[in-house]
Write a protein that binds this ligand. Sequence first.
Ligand code: ADP
Ligand code: MG
Ligand code: MG
Length: 339
Amino acid sequence: MKKRILLLAGGQSGEHEVSLMSARSVLNALPKDQFDVTPVVISKQGRWLPPTETQRALDSGEAATGGDLVLHRVASAEGYDAVFPLLHGPMGEDGTVQGLLTLAGIPFVGSGVLGSAVSMDKVMTKQVLESAGIPQVAWRLAVRREWQQQPDAVRDRAAGLGFPLFVKPANLGSSVGISKVNTPDELDAALNLAFGLDRRVILEAMTSHKPREVEVGILGNDAPIASPVGELRFAADFYDYETKYTEGRATMHIPAPLPPEVAERVRSVALTAFRALDCAGLARVDFFYVEETGELLLNEVNTMPGFTTTSMYPKLFEAAGLGYSELVTRLVTLALEER
Ligand code: ADP
Ligand code: MG
Ligand code: MG
């Protein structure tokens, strides 16, 4: 019997359009003889679109408005064997949708509430990984109320990390709201930008030199495997939004030209992180490799990484011999697995 799959895409975050691109690839790739796939696009306002509007959104690449309140439509998710929540960022990758699906009793692709929520928040991730003994850059937390009431305390905390430093909203992706702060006089603008997007902001020391950026894919539930390691190269000062989404600004190198023991360290630290964060199904774990010092610092864990046919995660597993269509089939199978 064919499995009935509900594919959720779009969503309320800044990565709405990226999600729709990924969804088109996944829709084409799930084998028709095994799966009966129904896409539902979530508008930027968070409402679930009916079939004709969903199709229109998939064709046009975005849906600003329309649809029903999620709680009216979730009942229509019953009767599916599994859901593929192909959503990035807040209100999709952060445990909210995962909680809704858990309550509705429907299996889904990827991490559960805990793994999704902890991995989405850069501060919470750092705390958990610190307790697992994983090397990371020095960091501090600041919350919006503090910035409003004791700005000097926040400025001092940031300055304590030294310049340049990075200021980031704790719960975002795609480099949205991230600043590299080179001098103290650039700090306030960076903090205002980040606090405009999140209540929680992470302050991070910059790596000692411009790092090499290497990424690895993890696949599986309680017996996860790691892909070969990939590397991103770009001319920009850091991997900002423009560099990520402008064709030709960055190049992907798979496998990353790294000494074998460094690549092995990447894979083994990534597996430790995946387990420590209670991730499931898939994750892309991103690192900084500081060639000058040999340091390997874990940067972040993405529980629903970009998923077009040319995205890093599928490319990493393709290099391991697992094609795109086999990969998405495997992810659905993992969702249906008893845990
Ligand atoms: P996002 O979740 O939006 O991708 P990241 O934490 O990965 O945010 O930061 C985006 C980019 O900013 C990184 O890929 C890297 O280029 C740069 N960057 C972030 N933090 C640091 C840091 N502490 N040291 C050096 N570069 C950094
Ligand atoms: Mg991220
Ligand atoms: Mg990143």
